[in-house]
Structure formats: structure tokens, C-alpha cells
Design a binder for this molecule. Structure first.
Ligand code: DP6
Length: 337
């Protein structure tokens, strides 16, 4: 490979929010109404290679070894436009991406997807960005992607400027600083009916409970950060569980209401509450879908896993731990000739 090739490959892990991002104040720039906090995970990731080439007349996309749909390509092209504009370049790109985030796991593959794409494309085009700069670019593909730039415990500061220049993520603790177990509990393989993008929009526009969310999420952020600083698992668990329930409560008030939970979701919630009664510290969080993510201390992982696997509606439990941030790979998924 000659040195002037405009190609780069990046790997990004997905993340799970402990304090949720729910609602945008600017949909075009992906500016959130509230700050959020997440753990980057070690088990689910996306690898993306981007190569800008002079002879291309349009962007091209290979997604999981097959040509990407027109809709996917359009989304990716408009995201690349942001990067082209930043770099003052007009070249089109070949994008090849491998997604190792099973949709059924209930994790947004958009977080790892846009983090990997942002990292690969900015590097390929020659932009030398700080992690903050990269986080701001990734944010404009999918909000939660701005957190996947970093490993471990990550905070996305909502910012207040209209141009979004102060809305980016930063690391609170790296992935080695505090080990916790995150179990992805699959209660259904079904596709969700309302995307998180649509769900948050409808909630902001129509839920009378949304103001309650905005009034209290700042306190949740502060409490969670304090718990993380003190490695206080019990305190963190109580805050994250309350925050997830509150987010879902805002959706119940939306018009029409959004209910992501299924009967299996409730079965898991009740089992987690029972486990606590039995003296095992474990907590749940739920995103815009029916599957549940369960947090516990590594010493209790086997017990919690076993208890969940015993439930009728649980299909699969996958364990994760805190994982690293975006990383460049020297091997590319493909090299076009
Ligand atoms: C419930 O980041 O997928 O998972 O910015 O519209 O792409 P867009 O939304 P997305 O929303 C994530 C919502 C959430 C909470 C979170 O991850 O903070």
C-alpha cells in the first residue's frame, strides 16, 4: 500500500447508558436536552474501513459483506458530508463495515457504528482530531455514538451553545479503573416498533411528564458521578435504575404512548428486585426496547446469570465488562485496487 492512500480502519465498542440521553434540543446537530453517562462495553463492536478515492462518482457501502441499502447509504453519505466539509475535501468514499452487535441484544448498533465510521473517515481524509473533536463528529451520526469514542465510564456533556461546539463526551474512569459486570438479557428477538429517535421526539413533543425528567436528570448525573468516583456500586445501582424507570415513565405520557416493555421485561425486573431481597446487589436498566441490561459486581455474576437463565422468558444472557474506546487497526477490511 502506498503511503498516500486515503484509507483507515477503526473499531468501536457500543455503550450502555446508566443515565439516559432522552430528547433533542436540535435534531439536525444531535444536541441533547440533557447530559448522559454510559459504560463502553467490551463485547459488542463495529469495525469500519473507509477509503476516499478520486475516481469515485458517489459513496459506496458494504454492510456485513453485502451492499448496503439505499437508505443506509444515504445516511452514511450525509454523515460523510459533515467530514468532507470539515476537511475541505470533495472526494467520495468506499465504506465497508462489519457489525458485531446483534440487533437482538438490544444494543443500539448506531453507537458503535457511527463512532467507528467517524474515526475511520476522519483519519482517512487526513483530519487530525482530538478525542473531543471526534466525539463531536460522531454525535452528528447518532447521539449515543459520541460516548463510544472513549472506554470505561463516559459522560456526555449536553453543552449549551447553539452550534454544538460544547456538546461532546469525556471519560470519567477508564475501563480498567473499576470492573463491573453488565449482563445483556434477551427476552425477545423481535424488532422494536418505535426507534429511539422517533420515541424521544414524540416524548419531547407530547409528554406532560417530560418536564419532570428535565427537572431531575441533572441530579441523577451528579449522584451517578459521585457514586462512580467512590466506586459505590449500591448507590450507583439505585440511581441508574431510577433513571431508566423515569425515562420509560415519560414515554407512557406521550401521545400516542410508547411502551417498549414486554411481559418478559417485567419478569426480569421482578427477579432482579427479588435477588436484592435475597441479599445480592444487582440492578437493571432498559433502553428503547424490551430487553434488559443488568448490572452486578463480578463476584455475583454467576449467581445472577443463573437466576435469570431460569426465567421462562429469558432466551439468552451475554456478559460484558467495561471496554476500551475507539481504536485504529492496521489491517483493513478490504483494499480496493
Ligand atoms: C435510550 O443515540 O440511538 O439508548 O441520537 O437519534 O441516533 P439518535 O438516538 P440514539 O438514542 C439512544 C437512546 C437510549 C439512551 C442512551 O443511549 O443514552
Amino acid at each position: 500500500m502506498s503511503s498516500n492512500k486515503l484509507i483507515a480502519t477503526a473499531k468501536a465498542n457500543t455503550n450502555i447508558a446508566l443515565i439516559k440521553y432522552w430528547g433533542k434540543r436540535d435534531e439536525k446537530l444531535f444536541l441533547p436536552m440533557n447530559s448522559s453517562l454510559s459504560i463502553t462495553l467490551n463485547n459488542f463492536h463495529t469495525i469500519t474501513t473507509v477509503e476516499f478515492r478520486e475516481e469515485l462518482k458517489e459513496d459506496k457501502l458494504i454492510w456485513n459483506q453485502a451492499p448496503g441499502s439505499a437508505k443506509e447509504l444515504m445516511k452514511i453519505s450525509s454523515f460523510l458530508d459533515i467530514i468532507r466539509k470539515e476537511a475541505g475535501a470533495s472526494l467520495y468514499a468506499n465504506v465497508i463495515t462489519e457489525n458485531h452487535v446483534p440487533t437482538a441484544a438490544g444494543f443500539a448498533s448506531s453507537a458503535s457504528g457511527y463512532a467507528a465510521l467517524a474515526a475511520a473517515a476522519t483519519k482517512a481524509i487526513g483530519l487530525d482530531l482530538s478525542p473531543e473533536g471526534l466525539s463531536k463528529i460522531a454525535r452528528q451520526g447518532s447521539g449515543s455514538a459520541c460516548r463510544s469514542i472513549y472506554g470505561g465510564f463516559v459522560e456526555w456533556q449536553k453543552g449549551c451553545l447553539e452550534d454544538g461546539s460544547d456538546s461532546f463526551a469525556r471519560q470519567i474512569l477508564d475501563e480498567k479503573a473499576w470492573n463491573v459486570t453488565i449482563l445483556s438479557v434477551m427476552v425477545t428477538a423481535g424488532q422494536k416498533k418505535v426507534s429511539s429517535r422517533e420515541g424521544m421526539k414524540r416524548t419531547v413533543e407530547s409528554s406532560p411528564f417530560y418536564q419532570g425528567w428535565l427537572d431531575t436528570v441533572g441530579e441523577d448525573m451528579e449522584a451517578a458521578k459521585k457514586a462512580i468516583r467512590n466506586r459505590d456500586f449500591e448507590f450507583l445501582g439505585a440511581v441508574l435504575e431510577g433513571n431508566a424507570l423515569k425515562m420509560h415513565a415519560t414515554m407512557l405520557g406521550a401521545k400516542p404512548p410508547i411502551i417498549y416493555w414486554e411481559s418478559g421485561t417485567l419478569e426480569v425486573i421482578h427477579r432482579i428486585q427479588d435477588l436484592r431481597q435475597e441479599g445480592i446487589l444487582t440492578f437493571f436498566t432498559i433502553d428503547a426496547g424490551p430487553n434488559v441490561k443488568v448490572l452486578c459486581e463480578p463476584k455475583n455474576e454467576d449467581k445472577v446469570k443463573q437466576a435469570l437463565m431460569g426465567l421462562r422468558s429469558v432466551q439468552k444472557v451475554i456478559s460484558c465488562n467495561p471496554g476500551e474506546g475507539v481504536k485504529y487497526l492496521s489491517e483493513h477490511l478490504i483494499e480496493w485496487t
